[in-house]
Design a protein around this ligand. Structure first.
Ligand SMILES: C[S@@+](CC[C@H](N)C(=O)[O-])C[C@H]1O[C@@H](n2cnc3c(N)ncnc32)[C@H](O)[C@@H]1O
Ligand code: SF4
Length: 375
């Protein structure tokens, strides 16, 4: 592959505090930082020349130092009433997906206006979970904080909506890109920035225990979702290699720390895969640990990934599993909405595009098929 073209760092990854010393260098007053943020986040200006309250030399200095948009909208799948999956081309030619999940029926029967955006945190993923499209072509690179923030800015404009909820459930493992993800969260939460409440942001992780503890110490009250998918080490080892590094005992210990620090419930994500993790025994183990850690459980029928032979269990098995977990006095939901399925399968659209562009080889590694076949 050709080397990455250099572009100036994104202004969307910059805080007003970081701007102040640069402004001093340019003989500008500190209050300009606030003005610049207003152009960026309130008026959503896409060029520096439009920042008409700033002097021409300051516009030029900013343009030399920063980029305002670093990725190009490539295409969208889905329509206004359904989940929309946006594909963006990054400055180095790679692709990422961002999924907008529309307003759903409110809990009390009325229509809720909430819109959830599922953002990517990396190009590809190194964690190699055996059921997931995101890791199929391996890991390419971390997204910068600017690229994470820009997904929200661009989708709001393209869809003409305001995002209320944000989930880090797109491509990549957010806790393996800790610094950029927490910086993006800070900017997305800031009043001068995207002003999204921290409690409306959920970081989903495959279980990187040390980073979970670190995030527990992070001052913003973000939520955490754990991709559990196995309630015992042998089952989890089979489908999630990360479990060999951080086995369940270590993961649960980190979650106890989370509970102590954050005092808010955890969510366990549990994909139901036929004959892999859908047994009564797994449901009992999951119920026990969810009750102990005060976690709610989201059960997700496996969403087929092209090239991978895993399948979801029958509805009867899914419901029995949910009822068994719920019998531990645990809140357990079975996700059936299409939107979530599409979000969960994040990574497939990008795989198709990068394969078509000849950036990656599409072959599903033989090893995946063997593991799926249970050999
Ligand atoms: C793509 S991951 C990204 C966040 C993080 N790396 C993680 O594993 O939690 C987001 C969620 O999608 C789930 N997922 C991946 N492939 C899926 C599939 N084929 N069907 C349903 N959910 C899937 C993951 O297990 C995880 O719970
Ligand atoms: S489920 Fe998450 S950690 Fe596992 S391969 Fe997919 S993106 Fe990576």
């Amino acid at each position: 592959m050709s080397s990455t073209p250099a572009i100036p760092p994104s202004l969307l990854a910059t805080t007003p505090e970081e701007l102040v010393p640069m402004l001093a260098e340019w003989n500008e007053k500190p209050f300009r930082a606030k003005q610049i943020m207003e152009w960026v986040y309130r008026k959503r200006t896409e060029t520096f020349e439009e920042m008409s309250s700033l002097s021409k030399p300051l516009q030029a200095a900013l343009a030399e130092r920063f980029s305002l948009r670093t990725m190009k909208y490539a295409r969208v799948e889905g329509s206004e009433d359904t989940t929309r999956k946006y594909l963006f081309k990054l400055h180095d030619g790679r692709f990422i997906e961002t999924v907008l999940i529309p307003a759903s029926m409110g809990l009390l029967g009325g229509r809720s206006d909430r819109r959830t955006l599922c953002v990517s945190s990396q190009v590809g993923c190194a964690y190699d979970c055996k059921f997931c499209a995101s890791g199929l072509a391996g890991f390419t690179r971390n997204l910068t904080a600017g690229e994470i923030v820009e997904q929200v800015v661009q989708v709001e404009k393209l869809a003409g909506v305001r995002v209320d909820n944000l989930v880090f459930m797109g491509m990549g493992e957010p806790m393996a890109n800790y610094t950029n993800v927490t910086k993006a969260i800070t900017i997305l939460n800031a009043q001068w920035g995207m002003n999204i409440g921290a409690r409306h942001m959920t970081v989903s992780t495959s279980g990187l225990a040390p980073q979970i503890k670190k995030l527990a110490d992070f001052p913003l009250q973000v939520r955490i979702a754990i991709s559990l998918h196995g309630a015992s080490d042998p089952v989890r080892d089979r489908i999630m290699p990360v479990n060999r590094k951080y086995p369940l005992a270590e993961l649960f210990e980190a979650l106890e720390y989370w509970n102590e620090k954050k005092k808010q419930y955890i969510t366990f994500e549990f994909i139901l895969i036929k004959d892999v993790n859908d047994s009564r025994e797994q449901a009992n183990l999951l119920g026990e640990v969810a009750a102990r850690l005060n976690a709610k459980v989201n059960l997700i029928p496996y969403n087929t990934v092209e090239g991978l032979p895993w399948v979801r269990p029958s509805e009867k098995v899914q419901k029995l599993f949910r009822d068994t977990v719920a019998s531990y006095d645990v809140m357990a939901t079975l996700r059936t909405e299409k939107g979530h399925d599409i979000a969960a399968a994040c990574g497939q659209l990008r795989l198709k595009q990068e394969t078509a562009d000849g950036i990656i080889d599409s072959a599903i590694p033989e090893q995946r098929k063997t593991i799926a076949a249970g050999v």
